[in-house]
Design a binder for this molecule. Structure first.
Ligand code: ADP
Ligand code: MG
Length: 416
């Protein structure tokens, strides 16, 4: 997959409209019929086919020949393109250029990107569809109506969740990357100058790092959160100070979760095991779930509504200090904050159900840009051939237009 920000310029206005139409159409078609693409994009005849041909050449869409009809579907590359375009067109572009890929996770690609001043950042592209949805479908059709767009939908949920938690954690001074931007299946965050704990062979003071990490697990739990994947891959050690920074949040759960104790212990044990094996360090002390519960005794748990009101902080402080003689101080509950901020429990449940179902499934056989693609028929008329620009410098500049409004219009047309 080519992922070069300069590439962003080589898509003409027509091609962009057509690509957006394929994305919108994907919301309820597994394969978007060419006629629907034409209708949604408002571009007629040969020009639609020409644009689709160009997009397919660059792997932004894939042609699919169906028993019932021919059409196209958006590829990972197409979705990446749309997200990058969004980032690069913000008033203050969160991404200006795209560099090298630094990591390929089971369900993500990690790229180094830069803003206009050249400052490096991390772009995390969530890719939940790497696991075959066919395998899931056979078990349960929980994606229902959205099934056709499942990989896009689930990848977006995952990115939204990660961003929501990273933001809340950052605001409460937890050691996490700076959350910068989020769109579609992508999150932009600060680059941590360091190494994953996994890559650290020798540690000067393992006892110190161990207790910092355990304190972090407990501090998270006291704020209502369990990381859920707190291991040597998801802890970065900064180069300059050796301080740990936590990354990777799509599987984070609330301490109210029915399996909270299990996830908490699993996180604690990951660290214990790693320190034993890597640094031959074993402590007699480690946090238990009971410690977390004891810390909470006698405390009033705030409700979601209380949190959502966005009270004046000064006033709140006054109130709590006034009350402190009678009731315990209000405890920080980041899990409730995130729920109230828009990434609610229903969405979290949806993502979690998916994650539970796929964790033991084999990787997808319909990987990446796989399409039953045929060479584009050369049945386009002469007219359409005119204006093909092999040299990108010759290509017409994108005319400025309101993308959001345009996409809303298309979505409305689709509903109608
Ligand atoms: P996954 O969900 O695929 O595990 P992660 O968020 O854990 O994705 O990122 C995978 C790898 O990418 C990390 O182990 C780390 O090496 C690198 N990485 C991710 N985020 C950052 C960041 N903000 N700064 C530096 N490296 C990062
Ligand atoms: Mg990870």
């Amino acid at each position: 997959m080519k992922l070069d920000a300069t590439d962003l310029r080589y898509v003409s206005a027509d091609e962009f409209r057509v690509l957006s139409a394929v994305e919108i159409g994907s919301k309820n078609h597994e394969v978007v019929p060419t006629s629907l693409i034409a209708e949604l994009s408002g571009i007629r005849g040969g020009n639609v086919n020409k644009a689709l041909g160009e997009l397919a050449k660059r792997n932004l869409v894939g042609r699919v020949q169906n028993i019932k009809y021919d059409g196209y579907r958006l590829t990972y590359g197409g979705l990446d393109y749309l997200a990058l375009r969004t980032f690069s067109r913000r008033k203050l572009p969160s991404i200006h250029s795209v560099g090298t890929r630094v990591g390929v996770g089971k369900e993500s690609d990690i790229m180094i990107v830069a803003d206009e001043s050249g400052e490096k950042r991390i772009l995390k592209m969530h890719r939940l569809g790497r696991i075959s949805f066919r395998a899931i479908k056979s078990k349960r059709d929980y994606l229902g109506k959205r099934r056709s767009a499942s990989w896009m939908y689930m990848s977006r949920l995952s990115a939204q969740k990660e961003f929501a938690f990273m933001k809340a954690l950052y605001e409460h001074d937890f050691p996490v990357p700076v959350p910068i931007d989020q769109a579609r299946h992508c999150v932009v965050m600060s680059l941590i100058d360091g190494y994953p704990l996994r890559a650290i062979e020798q540690c000067e003071d393992p006892a110190d790092l161990y207790s910092k990490l355990m304190e972090l697990i407990v501090r998270l739990a006291h704020a209502g959160l369990i990381h859920g994947d707190f291991n040597e891959f998801n802890i970065m050690i900064t180069r300059k100070t050796g301080e740990p920074i936590v990354i990777d949040f799509p599987q984070m759960v609330s301490t109210r979760h029915e399996n909270a104790e299990y996830f908490f212990n699993r996180d604690v044990n990951c660290i214990r095991r790693f320190f034993r094996r890597r640094f031959r360090y074993e402590s007699l002390a480690w946090p238990t779930w009971k410690d977390v519960l004891e810390g909470e005794e006698g405390e009033d748990l705030p409700t979601v509504n209380e949190d959502a009101e966005g009270e004046d902080p000064d006033q709140e402080e006054e109130e709590s200090s006034a009350e402190s003689s009678t009731t315990a101080q209000k405890r920080l509950r980041i899990d409730l904050e995130v729920e109230a901020s828009g990434f609610g429990r229903a969405l979290q449940r949806e993502l979690e159900d998916y994650m539970l179902e796929v964790q033991d499934l084999p990787p997808s056989d319909d990987e990446d840009e796989e399409t039953e693609e045929d060479d584009e028929d050369d049945d386009e008329d002469q007219e359409a051939e005119e204006g093909v620009h092999d040299d990108p410098a010759e290509a017409p500049k994108d005319e400025p237009f309101d993308e959001t409004a345009f996409q809303e219009q298309m979505a409305a047309r689709l509903e109608a």
